[in-house]
Design a protein around this ligand. Structure first.
Ligand code: SF4
Length: 202
């Protein structure tokens, strides 16, 4: 469905239907139906209006230097609203929007920081002209969405944590971090567990 939302063009005079777009990309007709429902929602209508006004960038490539490592990605959509830059990311996971925030909050924080830097403010969750960068995850097919915190504190916390983690990786350091995941780890009772005292068994 991402491909449909990236490719459809409401400005085209010879508009291609969502069904044709789905077929051209080898997607089932259900994907076209889900895309149509999203585009008919208030958020979808905002996206269409922004595209028509030339205020939406889709599949926008972004790059971010963190801890000496260049991280790259592509934002599903960035809406250039008068009062904010809005990062939109679509997900098709089999879960609701609230769970998406836990799964993908870091990804959207990275996008928000990359945009803030690219827009000339260097970070802190603000883009050009001091506009805040907002981020929202959409659970496609469930008609749900959730905002991801991108205020200055959230972005600064992400930047510090990610920079430290990536700097460790760049130096080949992989310090063990015992926790809840230990309960599912196959190394739990193995001498290979560097922590030696894994947790998560309560
Ligand atoms: S059991 Fe050891 S290796 Fe596995 S996640 Fe926990 S600390 Fe890491």
């Amino acid at each position: 469905m991402h491909k449909i939302l990236a490719a459809f063009d409401p400005r085209a005079t010879d508009a291609v239907s969502l069904g044709e777009l789905a077929a051209a990309q080898g997607l089932p007709t259900e994907a076209a139906g889900a895309a149509a429902r999203f585009l008919a929602s208030p958020d979808g209508e905002r996206l269409v209006a922004a595209i028509r006004a030339g205020r939406a960038r889709r599949e926008l490539p972004v790059a971010l230097l963190l801890g000496g490592t260049l991280v790259t990605g592509a934002v599903d959509a960035v809406l250039d609203a008068p009062d904010a830059l809005e990062v939109w990311d679509y997900k098709t996971d089999a879960c609701g929007a609230a769970e998406l925030a836990g799964r993908y909050g870091t990804q959207l924080a990275a996008y928000a920081l990359a945009l803030a830097r690219a827009e000339g403010r260097g970070g802190g969750g603000e883009g050009r002209g001091g506009r805040p960068v907002r981020a929202r995850l959409f659970a496609l097919g469930r008609d749900e969405s959730v905002a991801v915190p991108t205020d200055a504190d959230a972005i600064a916390a992400f930047e510090a944590k990610a920079s430290e983690a990536l700097a460790h990786l760049a130096r080949g350091e992989f310090p063990p971090k015992p926790g809840e995941r230990c309960t599912r780890c196959t190394l739990r009772n193995s001498p290979l567990c560097a922590a030696k005292t894994p947790t998560g068994d309560v």
